[in-house]
Design a protein around this ligand. Structure first.
Ligand code: COA
Length: 153
């Protein structure tokens, strides 16, 4: 049972490599990604090590009592942090994504990183993610085949 009061974000560590690989290869996560192809383990390991050493990328794990529930990653360019996120399929539908992005916003706001905008790109058929950003009062801009959700900090 997940206790929502104890939710917190921790920075990903090298030991999270396999956990993040499993989450990235989840069927729905792939369907909702702009690159739908399955991910090869060796490519994931290379990508993960690069991201962990990239000062404009941060990966956070949402936890409750040491249980890892989901992940959110930001990649920063020109003061804009682009968000990618998912919740473990066992824990979806419990408003954890909303809680996780709320914690992310506080974390970015309280940190020294030079970011003034959060952005999420969402496919037109990903209604759940659209709902998440709408509930968090992001602004929506429609493009040909995706929504751009953004919030100025
Ligand atoms: C998108 C995702 C992170 C949402 O996580 P979640 O914790 O299950 O979402 P929440 O529980 O916070 O729900 C958000 C809203 O969607 C609704 N919702 C959640 N699951 C739903 C479902 N299966 N059917 C209909 N509505 C649903 C919730 O009720 C909530 O709306 P409400 O507050 O009006 O009730 C999760 O579905 C996921 O990991 N998907 C695959 C990866 C992905 O799509 N990432 C986003 C890429 S842009």
């Amino acid at each position: 049972m997940v206790i929502k009061m104890n939710l917190y974000l921790r920075k990903a560590v090298l030991e999270d490599c396999d956990l993040l690989f499993n989450w990235a290869n989840d069927k729905i996560v792939r369907q909702n990604s702009f690159n739908q192809k399955g991910i090869l383990y060796e490519n994931h390991v290379k990508w993960f090590n690069k991201m962990m050493n990239f000062d404009r990328c941060s990966i956070f794990i949402l936890c409750s009592k040491n249980v890892s529930l989901g992940q959110v990653r930001i990649e920063i360019e020109n003061k804009t942090a682009v968000i990618s996120y998912s919740i473990d399929k066992k824990y979806r539908g419990k408003h954890l994504a909303i809680e996780m992005l709320n914690l992310l916003e506080k974390n970015v706001g309280n940190s020294k990183v030079d970011v003034n905008k959060l952005v999420g790109y969402v496919k037109l058929d990903n209604y759940i993610s659209q709902r998440v950003f709408e509930k968090l009062k992001y602004n929506a801009k429609i493009h040909d085949n995706f929504y751009e959700y953004y919030k100025l900090l």
